[in-house]
Design a protein around this ligand. Structure first.
Ligand code: LLP
Length: 404
């Protein structure tokens, strides 16, 4: 994304033109950025040749998953819906891992029927259920067991998953108990240890700690795991002053961890693949003056992009056309929804905006559209993909008649 003649552009297309042609709010994805992210991710971990399973929860658009699958990536899914979507997009079932704390019997049956690579289980009860279903189907099912390494990912508490108070995975003691249980369960083949300590991680040290915990556990058991699934969580730069994850150090730590082991690494990245490849374009409907600030009321709202309301997340917000004139008042960018948290960002010294101007909310490709809802009975936005200079509609704007 860059300004050309004061107009914000993406892959040589002006956001202003896109907004006028396709209306707003609209998610716009850049194929070239997506490609760059995938190639960078592969390059960063080339020396350990991992299986990379895209975390579908970060973006469930079938066209995008299809493009991602063309690079040989698999999928990390957390519901039967995501599994169906990944399969529809052409992801190889042998590259699908199924995560999540509450898989239902029907979901387990579906996963077994589709012969996916792994069901990553998170409790003894769940493994008992997988064993029961597998026995009825007379199958041996490969599973992973998610460890809760009690490691602080040093990220937002709401997206931290690896501490003992979080619902995810099992603790060390239960881990060994489950290994023993699996040894005696004829229809289960425990061949993966999985961990995922959280999301939007910008410091490699929590990953190093996590690897140490896993290493210690592996030393204490004779059980051999074919795969170690390290989850995702690699953070991106949402703001100019944000830290950057040091992939080199993370990769080095994994290499060290893998010494004298014959395991294959699985990753489940979401945000680092699609996050900065998507922008939400929105129009200023009204500007309302209050004493200390101006409310910039947008046609996008928390139902379209939930991250700021849910986590206090900040997304860089830019004018689509640069005027150079700075506003004297602070701007608070809000949506039309009847919730005080329906607010995107507060910015001092933003450029002066007029009603009907467009703004771009950046880095909205991950957990943007996938977290959207019909709250206030608002329709879901349009999604566009810019690829090879062409703009393609990859999901139509929802119509009211579809939801009423
Ligand atoms: N694997 C598992 C088991 C996960 O729970 C997640 C994310 C991922 C992989 C992918 O993580 P990523 O590479 O995208 O960080 N809605 C929040 C993020 C929630 C993440 C949930 N789990 C947000 O908007 O920041």
């Amino acid at each position: 994304m860059k300004y050309i003649n004061k107009k914000l552009s993406i892959d040589k297309h002006y956001f202003q033109d896109i907004a006028q042609k396709y209306n707003t709010p609209t998610y716009c994805y850049s194929y070239s950025k997506l490609r760059e992210n995938i190639l960078n991710f592969k390059k960063n971990f080339k020396s350990i040749s991992p299986l990379i399973c895209f975390a579908v929860k970060s973006n469930t658009n079938v066209n995008l998953i299809q493009e991602i699958a063309k690079f040989g990536l698999g999928a990390d899914v957390v519901s039967v819906g995501e599994m169906m979507m990944a399969l529809k997009a052409g992801v190889n079932p042998k590259k699908i891992v199924f995560s999540g704390v509450g898989k239902t019997t029907d979901e387990i049956k579906y996963a077994i029927d589709k012969k996916i690579l792994l069901i990553n289980a998170e409790s003894k009860s769940e493994i008992e259920e997988i064993n029961r279903v597998a026995k009825i189907k007379n199958k041996i099912v490969k599973i992973g067991l998610r460890l809760n390494p009690n490691t602080d990912a040093k990220t937002l508490s709401q997206i931290s998953t690896g501490k003992k108070e979080n619902k995810f995975g099992v603790n060390e003691k239960t881990f060994y108990e489950i290994i023993d249980y699996c040894k005696n369960s004829k229809n289960i083949d425990l061949n993966c240890l999985s961990v995922h300590i959280g999301s939007q991680i910008l410091d490699h040290k929590p990953y190093e700690k996590m690897l140490k915990v896993v290493d210690n556990i592996l030393k204490k058991t004779s059980h051999k795991f074919e795969y170690i699934d390290l989850g995702g969580g690699m953070g991106i730069k949402y703001t100019d002053d944000s830290k950057k994850l040091n992939y080199k150090k993370y990769n080095l730590a994994i290499k060290k961890f893998l010494k004298n082991k014959k395991c294959k690494i699985i990753f489940e990245p979401g945000r680092s693949i699609i996050g900065n490849a998507g922008t939400l374009i929105t129009k200023v409907i009204y500007i309302k003056d209050s004493e200390s600030k101006k409310f910039i009321i947008l046609d996008a709202a928390m139902n379209d992009l939930m991250r700021p309301a849910l986590y206090g997340a900040i997304h860089k917000t830019l004018p689509v056309i640069k005027s150079g004139k700075v506003s004297k008042k602070t701007y608070e960018f809000v949506g039309p929804i009847c919730e005080t948290t329906d607010k995107f960002v507060t910015i001092k010294n933003f450029q002066e905006l007029q009603e009907k101007d467009y703004v771009a909310i950046c880095d909205a490709g991950a957990y943007g559209m996938s977290l959207s809802s019909n709250y206030n009975l608002r329709t879901k936005p349009l999604e566009l993909l810019i690829k090879n200079n062409k703009i393609k509609i990859i999901r139509k704007r929802q119509k009211h008649k579809e939801i009423i």
